[in-house]
Design a protein around this ligand. Structure first.
Ligand SMILES: O=P(O)(O)OC[C@H]1O[C@H](OP(=O)(O)OP(=O)(O)O)[C@H](O)[C@@H]1O
Ligand SMILES: Nc1nc2[nH]cnc2c(=O)[nH]1
Ligand SMILES: [Mg+2]
Length: 183
């Protein structure tokens, strides 16, 4: 097992722990204001959204509920195909509920555009999206996203839930990997 300090594998830190927490605090405040008098169900998309969900939820000072979905997109290698399979469905009946999907990143938009239409077919009162990161240059499907933490360049980023080969999810910051990691 490689025990070297994983933060050292980042070549460029895009967002520090403090920046991420501060932005999540702002997003939670905006969402709270928008949903006054309404029950909120946050739906996190496993596994990348685990950190965003945990920290975003703790910035709320009101009640909310959380549930999780796991999906897998059929694709070749790192390419997403837009064909999505449910690996773990919600435990909650969302009919009549105000749903906010929580994501770590929107890249091509294929995962979310599929998820929004899937959840919309279950007759919720509303479905909105909150994502920490979005890559506008990579978008292939237009996805109506209400809350975005940061728009980022079209580069592969890791940390704070985002993995490379299942590693780096536990980094507190978000950045790009040094070339030696890929070789
Ligand atoms: O906009 P898209 O191009 O569809 O890509 C975005 C999705 O890709 C990543 O998840 P991934 O499927 O890699 O699984 P993970 O969440 O378990 O890391 C990320 O967490 C988003 O869910
Ligand atoms: N780790 C990681 N996963 C992704 N899935 C889609 N885009 C990305 C990215 O930039 N980094
Ligand atoms: Mg994901």
């Amino acid at each position: 097992m490689d025990e070297s300090h994983i933060e050292g594998d980042l070549v460029n830190i895009l967002f520090t722990e403090e920046q991420i927490q501060s932005r999540l605090g702002e997003l939670a405040a905006e969402i709270e204001a928008e949903y006054e008098g309404k029950d909120i169900l946050l739906v996190g998309v496993l596994r990348g959204a685990v950190m965003v969900m945990a920290d975003l939820a703790r910035h709320f000072s009101r009640h909310l509920e959380m549930d999780w979905m796991a999906v897998s997109s059929y694709g070749s290698g790192t390419k997403s195909s837009g064909v999505v399979r449910i690996l773990k469905d919600l435990d909650t009946d969302i009919s009549g509920r105000h749903v906010i999907i929580v994501e770590d990143i929107i890249d091509t938009g294929l995962t979310l555009s599929w998820l929004v239409s899937n959840l919309t077919s279950r007759a919720p009162a509303s479905v909105e999206i909150c994502t920490l990161l979005r890559k506008p240059e990579a978008l292939q499907m237009s996805v109506d996203v209400k809350w975005v933490g940061y728009d980022i360049p079209n580069e592969f980023v890791v940390g704070y839930g985002l993995d490379y080969a299942e590693r780096y999810r536990n980094l507190r910051s978000i950045g790009t990997l040094a070339p030696h990691v890929y070789s």
